[in-house]
Structure formats: C-alpha cells, structure tokens
Ligand binder design. Structure first.
Ligand SMILES: Cc1cc2nc3c(=O)[nH]c(=O)nc-3n(C[C@H](O)[C@H](O)[C@H](O)COP(=O)(O)O)c2cc1C
Length: 176
C-alpha cells in the first residue's frame, strides 16, 4: 500500500502564501480616507476595510479630518469615500484636499485611486468635484466611481467590499 499527498496542493498553497506575504511586505499601504457620519456610511466604510483586509496589505483607515499629506505620500493607492452634500463632496473630504493638495502635487503623480460616494439621490456633482481635483494632482483612477445612490440597500456594502478587495489585490500584485 502506498501513501501519497493528494496532488501537490499543500506545497503549492504554501508557496503562494509566501509570495503574497513577500509582495505585501514590499508594497506601500492602502490608504482609505472615508467620511462616515451615519450608521449607513459606517457600514460602507467598514465593508471597504473588510474587503481590503482579505489581502496581506497594510491598510490605513482614516477620517478625512485626521488625514494629511504624510499619509498620502506613504500610500501605494488610495480609496476615497464621501457623502454627497449639497451637490458636492463632503466638507470633510474637501478639507483633506485643501490641506494636502500642494504638499502632494509634485510627489504623488500617477497615484492609483478609487472613489465611492453615498448619495441620497444623485452623486454626480461629487464625482465631478473629485475628478477635477485628482486631475490636477494627476492621480490615476483605476476604477469607475462607485455611487451608492438612493435608499440604502444591502448590495451597497457588497459593492464596497469588492472595491476594497480589488484595490488591495491590485496593490499586492504590484499592478498599481
Ligand atoms: C445637508 C445635506 C445635504 C445633502 N445633499 C445631497 C445632495 O446634494 N445629493 C444627494 O444625492 N444626497 C444629498 N444628501 C443625502 C446624503 O448624501 C445622505 O443622507 C448621506 O450620504 C448619508 O446617507 P444615509 O442617510 O444612508 O446615512 C444630503 C444630506 C444632507 C444632510
């Protein structure tokens, strides 16, 4: 009677794990700058973080009020999250950009980013406003803006989780 491992799966898995850990160790952190003023927006932010933490990438989650240029300069990619208020991004996210724009301008060109917006009924003004600023910064949108529009539904959280997962995976794989 002979005994054999079921294929090479155990060794293959170990190799993959070491490779991922190595990539993650070399990659810069994923910065998540999320304004979350309500239970629903906290859910969206937490879903993004949950998706991102499926990778081995370091994840830096901050309120826009607590984020500054140093966090951006250290980041390998950024996810921006905001509510739409009065047809524009939240004052919190705008404040972050106001404080960070010139300190980042020469240093972060090409930085990969993605945006999600929680909007009661629109979201387009926020996307336009963020696009104007990130175009000035020469950041690189690597995902279509995700607009969670209208009455809150469970699927918003799933979409946010996917966004976090995708951004972290891209960073971990060295795509960004
Ligand atoms: C002062 C104020 C202004 C708002 N302006 C807009 C707006 O211009 N466009 C929009 O789609 N939603 C608007 N909203 C809705 C918010 O985006 C929404 O309530 C917020 O994202 C929180 O989502 P939640 O109610 O699911 O927690 C506004 C809300 C407030 C309180």
């Amino acid at each position: 009677m002979s005994f054999a491992w079921p294929g090479k799966a155990p060794f293959y898995s170990i190799d993959l794990g070491v490779g991922r850990a190595k990539n993650a160790a070399m990659a810069k952190p994923l910065l998540i700058v999320a304004f979350a003023p309500s239970p629903n927006t906290v859910r969206l932010r937490d879903a993004v973080v949950e998706g991102a933490r499926e990778s081995e990438i370091e994840v830096n989650v901050r309120s826009p009020f607590d984020t500054g240029p140093a966090d951006v300069l250290a980041a390998g990619a950024v996810i921006l999250g905001t509510t739409e208020n009065l047809g524009y991004m939240s004052g919190a996210l705008k404040d972050f950009f106001d404080r960070s724009y010139y300190a980042c301008l020469e240093e972060t060109q090409g930085l990969a980013y993605a945006l999600y917006v929680r909007a009661g009924h629109d979201g387009t003004g926020t996307c336009r406003g963020v696009k104007t600023i990130t175009t000035g910064l020469r950041w690189r949108a690597v995902h279509e803006p995700l607009i969670c529009r209208g009455d809150f539904v469970e699927n918003f959280a799933a979409q946010c989780r996917d966004l976090g997962r995708l951004m972290a995976a891209g960073l971990e794989a060295g795509i960004f």
